[in-house]
Every structure is written in C-alpha cells, then in structure tokens.
Ligand binder design. Structure first.
Ligand code: SF4
Length: 466
C-alpha cells in the first residue's frame, strides 16, 4: 500500500581519541536518531586491537540491540547502519555493515545511496571470482575497494579508484585496516556531516545524531571528500568534482528530520519557506489549514502565519504503527491508512479546509486521507503540495514508483483534482521550491520532477520501468 517514499539508509561513524572508550553505545544512540531513514535492519561494527566485531539484525535499532550486546561490542572506532531496501531484498544477508577479510585487507563498510551502474560492476566482479553474500549494490562498492586495495596497498587510492567507477549517489563510512574513512560522492547527492567534541569525531547522515550525543555540528563532508581519521589525525583528501553539486531535494522535503542540518542548511527553515511560498502562490479563502503529519507541519505553520488562516491539527498520526502488509484491495488499503491516521472531526466539521502535504507520489494515500476529511464533515477541501508534480522515478536510492504509477504523469490538474477528490489542488512551482531551498537550481538534483538527471541513466534501467 506504500504511497510514501522510502530512503535507503542512515549511517554513523565514530572515532574516540581515547582508546579505552567504547563507542558502540554512542553508535547505537546515533542510529536511534536516524531510525526514520531505515527500519528494516540495523548493524554496528567496532574495531578492537585490529579485529572487527559486528552485530547486525532485522528490525528496529531497539529490536536488534540490547545492553548485553552493546557491552560486548568493545572498541574505540566503529560504524553503524540502518537500512531500508531499494536494491536487494529484505534479508539478513543484506544487513550492513558488511565485513570482509580478504588477503591484506580487513574492512567494515556501511553505505547510503544507489549507483546506477551497479549491475555492470557486479557482473565484472563475479567474472573476476568475487563471491557475493548479499544482493545489494553496497557490497559491490565494498568488493571494489578490496580489489583495488589488494592491488595498490593504499586505502585512499583504493577508495578513489573505486569512486571513479561509480555513477550515482553514495555516502559511506568504512573502517579499513583500523582507519576510519568517511566519503561523499562528487555530486554530493546524499547528506553526510561531521560533528565533534574534545573526545570524539562523529560522522552521520544527519546532524540530529550529534544532538543526541551532545556533539557540536561542524560541517558537511564536502562532495568528493575522503576524510581519513588515522591514529587521531584527520586528513581530508579530495576527488575531482564536476564543479556543481546535485543535492537531493527530497531530503529537505521529506526524508530528513526537521531538526536536522543537512547540506549545511536547516531542514526546518526550508520547510517553513515552502509553506510561505505556498501561501503566496495559492491564496485560498478557508477556515482552517491542517498538515498531513509529520513532515508537512512546519510548512503548514508557515502557511497559517502568512495567510492568517488558523492552523489546527485535523489529522492525527498513530505513532505506534509499524510496517503494514501489502493490501490486495482498495478497502484494505483504506483501512491501513486509517490505522496510521485519524481525523479530528471538531476541527473539520462544516469547515473550508486547506490540507498541506509534502509530496504526492501515486496519490492513493492522498485520496484516502481526503475521503476521511470529507467524512469528518469538511465543507470544502483544498490540497496544497510542497513539491512540484513527480513525473519520473528516482534511480539514486529512493523507492518511489514506476513512471506509470505516478499520479502526475500525463494528467491535467483537473484530472488530478478529480482523482484525489478535492475542490482544488496546487503544487508549489519549481521556482518556488528552488527558492525555498535557497540553493541554485544547478546544484540540486530535481530528476524526479524534471526528468533531467545529474548523471547518465543506463538504458536498461529505463527499460526496467516499462
Ligand atoms: S531523483 Fe528525486 S528523489 Fe532521487 S535523488 Fe534526485 S531529487 Fe532525490
């Protein structure tokens, strides 16, 4: 029934300058704050006296780890991962970190993103005799690094040579022969930041991980940067970059937590800007403005402030619902949405209601929510969306839909309005979105709304969509 977008993963890497300090509990806390980036599996690897100890499992961070497990994962350097599968199935073999010991290299590896030439590279590695334990593209990167390292005996060159072959989005943390590395792709598509205290360096997908550890945010890892932390000394190496970035705009709209800083910007501020912009682009006469919780709440507050229309909580999210099964009928799917969301009829009854959502993908969830709002007695319902029409899939690690399933493909605004069942529907303009983010258009990935991707997309991937 999934109409929502799913990101692939969240990653954490921690280095303690004090060798006697164990970092597993800190990685656990960091992963806990990144749980929204992946709920299928979690894993932690720590380095102790040249050995890597790892535990991975299916489920939430709190399901996979308990205090006893954390206590036996000793070591002052480590990495962690939470996963949602976009390539590779939901299997324990696909959990990360991956750990490998081959010839001269011991490596633990955790990755966020997707690269579009993974099949080609995987086939090449299979031909060279590499065995794959998993079906993920992350293991492809791990094997490429191993291959390059065993040729060059230099981890930086091995990472550089590997990255040169990858086309797409990737941020990763890895421990190679006792040294921690944090790497971001040359287009900077996925977020990765560094925070610091006197005793620790923390690398994480989002800055919320630093807040939970009382660590100060320092900066984003630069596109194309390889940060090396070895024997307490940090060195930053740079790979060639194309001279512009391609930050995923959906990280701001939906994936990242509103209290995070990503790409050196506050997610909350961007969402406020979107709400203000929607108020300018769509001045509507209404009695109340409500959010589809949670990611749309800042934009809705800003819309209310700018328009003078009162904000209220007309939809309440059940925060204790886990994953729901794939539902065979529309009635079952409606029931699943109702398990996750309920209306407050006193807010909605006899009112002209503006509903703000962060994005609409297939439109199936929106239709059910609008039906619920009408059943609660709303007189008029106007839907405003903080993302322009999604017209093309994502090939960089966001589970979206095939082109045919996307609501906005080949449909007029009136047709969309009728399908969702609202009195009016308004998408933020492209210009409005870009200005709300505050990053030049050429430095954003807008592929799913423009069909212009920042990398080549192999034809077989387009074909798979047919
Ligand atoms: S195609 Fe869309 S979802 Fe995918 S990386 Fe680009 S902006 Fe993000």
């Amino acid at each position: 029934m999934q109409d929502c977008l799913q990101d692939k993963c969240g990653i954490v890497g921690i280095y303690s300058y004090e060798e006697s300090v164990d970092v597993a509990s800190w990685i656990y806390s960091g992963l806990y704050t990144l749980q929204h980036r992946g709920q299928e599996s979690a894993g932690i690897s720590v380095l102790k006296e040249g050995r890597i100890n790892t535990h991975v499992g299916m489920g939430l961070v709190s399901d996979v780890f308990d205090k006893d497990l954390i206590d036996i994962l000793n070591g002052n350097v480590g990495i962690g991962h939470v996963r949602y599968s976009t390539t590779g199935e939901s299997l324990v073999e696909n959990c990360q970190p991956f750990v490998e010991h081959k010839d001269d290299i011991i490596i633990a590896f955790a990755h966020n993103g997707d690269f579009v030439n993974s099949k080609l590279l995987r086939d090449e590695l299979l031909e060279s005799g590499f065995d794959f334990k998993s079906t993920t593209d992350s293991e492809v990167i791990c094997h490429l690094i191993i291959d390059e390292y065993n040729k060059t005996k230099d981890a930086i060159i091995a990472i550089q040579n590997t990255c040169q072959r990858l086309i797409g989005s990737y941020s990763f943390v890895t421990v190679i022969n006792g040294v921690l590395y944090a790497v971001r792709d040359p287009l900077g598509m996925k977020p990765l930041s560094i925070g610091r205290s006197d005793d620790f360096v923390v690398i994480a997908s989002e800055s919320v991980a630093f807040d939970s550890l009382d660590i100060a945010y320092e900066r984003t890892i630069e596109p194309g940067e390889i940060l090396e932390i070895k024997d307490g000394v940090e060195t930053s190496h740079k790979m060639p970059t194309p001279g512009h970035t391609a930050n995923c705009m959906f990280e701001y709209l939906y994936f990242a937590r509103p209290d995070s800083i990503i790409f050196d910007k506050s997610v909350y501020e961007v969402r406020l800007n979107i709400g203000e912009r929607l108020a300018k682009e769509y001045p509507i006469e209404a009695d109340v403005v409500i959010a589809v919780p949670d990611s749309s709440i800042p934009a809705t507050l800003a819309y209310a402030r700018a328009s003078g229309i009162p904000y209220a909580e007309g939809l309440i999210k059940n925060r204790y619902v886990g994953r729901t099964f794939i539902m065979p009928t529309q009635k079952d799917r409606d029931t699943a949405v109702k398990l996750k969301m309920n209306t407050v009829s006193s807010v909605l009854k006899d009112k002209r209601v503006i509903v703000i959502d962060d994005s609409v993908v297939r439109g199936t969830t929106s239709r059910t929510i609008i039906k619920m709002i009408r059943e609660a007695g709303a007189k008029e319902v106007h839907l405003l969306i903080g993302c322009p029409e999604i017209i093309s899939p994502c090939y960089y690690g966001i589970a979206m839909a095939t082109k045919e399933e996307l609501l906005a493909v080949d449909r007029t605004n009136e047709e969309i309005r009728d399908i969702i069942g609202v009195d009016s529907v308004g998408y933020i303009s492209m210009e409005g979105l870009v200005e709300s983010i505050g990053t030049p258009r050429e430095d954003l990935c807008l592929g799913c709304i423009t069909e212009e991707y920042p990398t080549i997309i192999p034809p077989e991937l387009y074909k798979d969509e047919e």
